[in-house]
Design a protein around this ligand. Structure first.
Ligand code: DP6
Length: 328
């Protein structure tokens, strides 16, 4: 962290996380408070690095993603985090964020999670606030709900909480990355911006005729997923992951204005993983986008890799990890 009289700077990194029991549906849209707990793991290769600078010399807050100046009307959620830090410090300084992704943003690879978590860490670090992981998780949640989980490495559970102000809605780590040495393949089928944002699509889903059924199932999903991970029970993990992801996509497709996040190759990958999963320890999940994240046990990894390569799709092979930290 560097500071002169007028300028305070810090750089942080955070990783994307992918949920097995997903966050989908809010009880408070302004505060990004979820209806249900969710369970996810951090991904080592998918990193966002953000430098935050607090200054008296700028006339407005700004966000640059890979050099692109994001239009001011689209940084409202980053500004919610900045306003929290400003209030804690009693500052009127403006905040400049320079963010770099090691992967395509807004393509369903959870870049909003790593982006908001890196921004929360960098802006609070630059301001000299020594926030606990819980406080950081709450701050990151204001930027994007799923970012609450990207503060921690390994397996995380975001507790939905019950408080109207969101003070008890944060993520905790329940198992470190080495708890279960699984291999991860991120099959990146499109880098295009997704057609409908998660935020918008979640709202639409409340109008689906399946919404109540979805809520009944989703309210139990985090307990089931966490138990599967704690027991290192791959069959249970597979059942939980596939059920939760397919339910979300069925819901999305059943909105009054239906959304289909899948590309043709998404189906090809899912079908292959579903077939393999009946015989070997492999499973997959898909966020609000076309890309597929595949998890497998080490013993199945060479076979799974060959099968993915046979589909001729771009992929990254990585491991469970993640977490946010200040780097400079
Ligand atoms: C499908 O966290 O992007 O990835 O809180 O509105 O920013 P906002 O939504 P966001 O939604 C993520 C949805 C998901 C599931 C998950 O990560 O749990």
């Amino acid at each position: 962290m560097n500071s002169t009289q007028h300028m305070h700077t810090a750089t942080a990194i955070a990783h994307a996380n992918i949920a097995i029991a997903k966050y989908w549906g809010k009880r408070d849209e302004q505060l990004n408070l979820p209806l249900f707990d969710s369970v996810a793991f951090g991904i080592n290769e998918l990193v966002t690095q953000t430098t935050a600078t607090w200054t008296d010399e700028a006339s407005e807050d700004a966000l640059f993603i890979d050099g692109w100046h994001v239009p001011p009307q689209r940084i409202e959620r980053m500004q919610r985090m900045m306003d929290i830090v400003r209030a804690r410090k009693g500052w009127t300084k403006k905040c400049l964020l320079h963010s770099h992704n090691a992967f395509a943003h807004s393509s369903g690879l959870a870049s909003s999670a790593s982006g908001a978590a890196a921004a929360a860490s960098a802006m609070s670090g630059a301001a000299g606030l020594d926030l606990s992981p819980t406080e950081l998780s709450v701050l990151a949640r204001h930027g994007s709900g799923s970012a609450a989980r990207s503060i921690h490495a390994g397996w995380t559970r975001w507790h939905a909480g019950t408080s109207p102000d969101g003070s008890d809605s944060y993520a905790v780590q329940f198992a470190p990355p080495d708890h279960w040495p699984l291999d991860v393949f991120v099959v990146q089928l499109s880098t295009a911006r997704k057609p409908v944002s998660s935020t918008e699509c979640m709202k639409q889903c409340e109008l689906s005729p399946f919404w109540q059924t979805y809520c009944a199932e989703a309210s139990a999903a985090a307990d089931i997923a966490q138990k599967a991970v704690m027991d290192r029970n791959f069959a249970s993990l597979t059942a939980a992951a596939h059920h939760n992801a397919m339910m979300l996509h069925a819901l999305v497709m059943s909105c009054p204005q239906p959304v289909c996040y899948f590309e043709p190759q998404t189906i090809a990958v899912i079908q292959k993983i579903f077939r393999m999963s009946t015989a070997i320890p492999v499973c997959c999940t898909i966020d609000a986008g076309p890309n597929v994240v595949v998890l497998c046990e080490e013993i199945a990894c060479p076979f799974v890799k060959n099968e993915i390569m046979a589909l001729d799709v771009p992929f990254i092979q990585t491991t469970i990890g993640g977490g946010a930290k200040i780097t400079a």
